[in-house]
Design a binder for this molecule. Structure first.
Ligand SMILES: Cc1cc2nc3c(=O)[nH]c(=O)nc-3n(C[C@H](O)[C@H](O)[C@H](O)COP(=O)(O)OP(=O)(O)OC[C@H]3O[C@@H](n4cnc5c(N)ncnc54)[C@H](O)[C@@H]3O)c2cc1C
Length: 474
């Protein structure tokens, strides 16, 4: 049935455009506002999609370089940077062209410009084409996303410092690059540059890479990162950076053991996290509450403290991931349509698209230990997987956390080739409250990496086919 509500969505990323699309599909009148020519947001223009296009190429390069282990010799691969950039830009253009077509097909009014909130039911848009447009609505959805965090008091030449956006532009392949921050964006982009021939170093303040991810999994990835990078410095702070006369950046480090060091890099990539765009211009004309970190406070329906305004995506809280933004979009729009919904995910998958990939969902072992949650761990090393062995990728581990009493799957972690695709089974298991038997007794195709899920679950009962555990005596 047609719904006469006029919804205006501000921001057309993976939160905003799915919200606009669903609202239109549910019969609402929809206006979508963004500065870009077509919907896509950070994810499609300068995040998930271009980074994965480049990571794909990095994987091809690595595979070509390692093919000799299978008896296949290639000449050293040569990269045509212009063509590579054109490939990546082509992927972005194709995706954003597609969202543009889908927007028009749904008869959504797309307004290109920057929105300022003027009241709880209106915005004024400074149009990219010039001029201003005032839009009034019944309900507004704030999906303004996030931006890269920056280091304070940076006084070095701008062209020597990259953030995720400029790193993806791939203007050149520097001889050396320091990645500041061992999170997923730094490791993904660092892997791309390493594959292209840059000597990459990583510096992380904390004692381990990828804080928040399961340590058993990180250990396997860290080994590989150690091989492709020149140095990985953990428990190390960047104390100072300055322009070096050579044209690079001189960086002073303070190491965890109290020692200091300095080194010159051609470029520095700052990837120390992202900041939510909670300070939407004009928000002070509403009752919307923004927390000190910049996140807009929302309830389970993603409604803000202002009854006519909802907020979704990066601006509405962690984890700042595209699929979480899209999920929230659906919750908010269903709530606007009057349906009984709530944002209550049991598992939000996270994937690091390095090689090997690292993916997890639900509870990690460290979280279970920290919060005293009863749990049992079952692991399956990929060295025992026929598929992993036949593709020369035994550098993997599948790990499942179970509730010892109910046998329910509490969390799943996977490191290995293709872990990002495999985590879907784990997410479904956690979301549907599957028990160990469900995974163990589901027939998994042979030979596939997904069998490692089944065998991990069998491991919970002590009888994984390809792992022998001697019986305890007595
Ligand atoms: C390098 C990189 C790699 C990433 N890889 C992944 C990945 O593999 N998987 C994953 O899940 N996530 C990834 N992310 C994170 C992902 O991009 C974000 O979580 C996602 O884009 C958030 O979506 P969003 O809709 O909340 O906001 P955004 O995508 O940030 O979109 C917000 C939009 O709002 C617009 N906007 C803001 N203010 C206004 C205003 N006042 N008026 C008009 N328009 C406005 C902006 O221009 C922007 O287009 C990555 C991010 C980066 C930087």
């Amino acid at each position: 049935m047609a719904n006469p509500t006029h919804v205006t969505v501000i921001g057309a990323g993976p939160g905003g455009y799915p919200a606009a699309f669903l609202a239109a599909d549910l019969g609402m009148q929809v206006t979508l506002v963004d500065e870009e020519k077509n919907p896509g947001g950070v994810c499609v223009y300068r995040g998930c999609i271009p980074s994965k296009a480049l990571l794909h190429v990095a994987k091809v390069l690595d595979e070509a370089r390692h093919a000799s282990q299978f008896g296949v010799e290639f000449a050293a691969p040569r990269v045509n940077l212009d063509k590579l950039r054109a490939f990546k830009d082509g992927v972005v253009a194709k995706m954003t062209g597609g969202t543009g077509v889908l927007t028009r097909s749904r008869k959504i009014r797309y307004v290109q410009g920057r929105a300022t909130i003027t009241s709880p039911t209106s915005v004024s848009v400074a149009l990219t084409a010039g001029g201003e447009e005032r839009i009034t609505f019944d309900v507004g959805i704030l999906a303004t996303g996030s931006r890269p965090a920056t280091l304070p008091n940076l006084t070095i030449s701008a062209d020597r410092v990259l953030d995720s956006t400029s790193a993806l532009e791939l203007k050149s392949v520097p001889k050396s690059l320091l990645v500041i921050g061992g999170g997923y964006i730094g490791l993904e982009l660092g892997s791309v540059y390493a594959a292209l021939g840059t000597k990459v170093s990583v510096v992380e303040m904390l004692p381990g890479l990828l804080p928040g991810a399961d340590r058993d999994l990180v250990k396997i990835l860290a080994e590989r990162i150690g091989q492709i990078c020149e140095t990985v410095m953990l428990s190390t702070k960047v104390a100072k950076m300055a322009d070096d006369p050579s044209g690079g950046v001189k960086v002073n480090f303070e190491h965890g053991d109290g020692t200091t060091s300095e080194k010159v890099y051609e470029k520095v990539l700052v990837s120390i996290g992202r900041r939510p765009n909670g300070q939407v211009p004009g928000l002070d004309t509403t009752k919307v509450v923004v927390d000190p970190k910049g996140f807009i406070q929302v309830d389970a329906q993603r409604r803000t403290a202002e009854p006519t305004l909802y907020a979704i995506g990066d601006v509405a809280g962690e984890p700042m991931l595209a699929h979480k933004a899209t999920y929230e979009a659906k919750i908010a729009v269903e709530a606007i349509a009057g349906h009984k919904v709530a944002y209550e995910p049991r598992a939000i998958p996270a994937v690091v698209f390095t090689d090997p990939e690292l993916a997890w969902c639900g509870l990690t072992e460290q979280e279970a230990q920290r919060d005293n949650i009863p749990h049992e761990v079952a692991k399956f090393p990929w060295g025992a997987s026929g598929r992993a062995t036949s593709i020369g990728r035994t550098d993997g581990l599948t790990k499942i956390l179970f509730d010892p009493k109910t046998e329910r799957v509490l969390g799943v972690g996977i490191v290995g080739a293709g872990a990002g695709e495999m985590i879907a089974e784990g997410t479904l298991a956690v979301e549907m409250a599957a028990v160990a038997t469900d995974l163990a007794m589901t027939i998994h195709a042979h030979p596939t990496l997904s069998e490692t899920m089944m065998e991990s679950a069998e491991g919970f009962f002590g009888h994984a086919t390809h792992v022998f555990r001697p019986k305890r005596k007595g």
